[in-house]
Design a protein around this ligand. Structure first.
Ligand SMILES: Cc1ncc(COP(=O)(O)O)c(C=O)c1O
Length: 405
């Protein structure tokens, strides 16, 4: 009966929804904590968190309570008026990051990064500089400016011409960044851990060198924290784990645990760059999204989830590393905190249906990386279960390839 519902909805989807994702394989109808349930009431351990969005797990009671309360009180009044939550949330974000600065609220990661780009151009244009150096293999979003800043060219194909004003440098190669910087460069943008690119963390030396270089040349250093932020790597922002202070960064995805929301944040010296009328949107920072986000921030600190992300990240990583000697096709485990990648020597998307069939929802990244983004509330027994399923999936894959190691 429920199988029919899935098939029926897949058909409806195929007929009516633009075909940019392919047809989704599973109909999920409920979530709670680390688990998801499909239309047949089958339980799955979710190590994808809706692509680093539900970092507190599904339907976290504090977030659900905040959403329900706010939905019954006031949802939206536009940015022409004040709501009770957005100034409080902005104060909290500034306090936990720059100490002093400003926040702009928006609705997605791409929009947050567009904001960073506009901020950098507005600041740079005052001194005749408007070029931004981005990293090869990066991903910053699907709007035209964020696509132009995205190093992975496959996302840009067919949408030319690229918006001008971007240069690319090799990730983790300071010399290459120095080469890409010219007299018109106003900013450098990067992910501290490249997500879509294959869970590739920036080297400490590279980030520190970049920080120094940007300061010497009076260039803005900007981090895209859309995937690696909100505690995923064990610090609120991934850049905080590198001991540097950038000029600005973006948040989205997990900022409201599933309610669409983004933000970009700048330090004190950039606080006056965007003035009334220079930037805006309709929904950004509305009462509902900011209520959810306040609950997210409160829970992260109350439940010490940053410590848990570090501890569980190290635990999971240790367990995953044991597959390296066991199977030749497992090449490396990399990442930071609970943003982990298992590098394989075959397309990672081939293992995902096997994992799912055994009850684990995971992701791929790059071409050959099995991407694991468990919620920050994950416990040891969840990690043990995930590792058991991954082990069984690797065994099955190996058998299907004639026992190849
Ligand atoms: C690092 C990074 N930046 C930006 C984005 C775009 O975010 P959104 O899909 O919310 O526009 C993503 C999405 O995966 C991302 O991983």
């Amino acid at each position: 009966m429920k199988q029919d519902t899935t098939k029926k909805l897949q058909k409806l989807y195929e007929k009516n929804v633009m075909n940019t994702y392919g047809t989704p394989a599973v109909l999920f109808v409920r979530g709670g904590g680390v688990n998801l349930y499909d239309a047949n009431r089958r339980k799955y351990l979710d190590f994808s968190s809706g692509i680093s969005v539900c970092n507190l797990g599904h339907c976290h009671p504090a977030v659900t309570e905040a959403i329900c309360r706010q939905a019954q009180t006031l949802v939206h009044v536009s940015n022409l008026f004040l709501n009770e939550n957005s100034p409080r949330l902005a104060e909290l974000i500034v306090k936990k990051t720059f100490g002093k600065g400003r926040v702009f609220f928006c609705n997605s990661g791409a929009e947050a990064n567009e904001g960073l780009i506009k901020l950098a151009r507005k600041w740079g244009n005052a001194t005749g500089r408007n070029e931004i150096v981005a990293m090869e293999n990066s991903f910053h979003g699907r709007t035209l400016a964020t696509l132009a800043a995205t190093g992975r060219s496959k996302y840009r194909e067919g949408f030319n011409p690229d918006m001008p004003g971007f240069k690319f440098a090799k990730f983790n190669d300071l010399k290459s960044v120095k080469k890409a910087i010219g007299p018109k460069t106003c900013a450098v943008i990067l992910e501290a851990v490249q997500g879509e690119g294959g869970i590739l963390p920036a080297d400490e030396e590279f980030v520190k060198g970049l920080d120094k270089l940007c300061k010497e040349k009076d260039i803005l250093l900007m981090f895209d924290e859309v995937q690696c932020g909100m505690g995923r790597t064990g610090t609120l922002c991934a850049w905080q784990g590198y001991g540097v202070k950038p000029d600005a960064f973006s948040f989205a995805k997990a900022i409201a645990n599933g309610i669409p929301m983004g933000a970009f944040v700048c330090n004190e010296r950039l606080s006056g760059v965007l003035t009334p009328g220079t930037h805006g949107n309709t929904f950004g920072g509305n009462a509902l999204a900011t209520a959810a986000s306040l609950a997210v921030f409160e829970t992260i600190y109350k439940d010490k989830l940053l410590d848990n992300a570090k501890e569980m990240g190290a635990y999971l990583r240790g367990k995953l590393e044991k597959f390296i000697g066991k199977y030749d096709f497992v090449k490396e485990v990399r990442g930071r905190g609970l943003m982990l990648g298992v590098v394989l020597d075959f397309p990672a998307k081939d293992i995902l249906p096997i994992l799912r069939e055994k009850g684990l929802v995971a992701l791929s990244a790059g071409e050959v990386v099995l991407r694991l983004l468990p919620p920050l509330i994950v416990k040891r027994e969840d990690c043990d279960k995930a590792v058991r399923i991954i082990g069984a999936a690797f065994k099955e894959y190996s058998a299907s390839k004639g026992g190849r190691k």
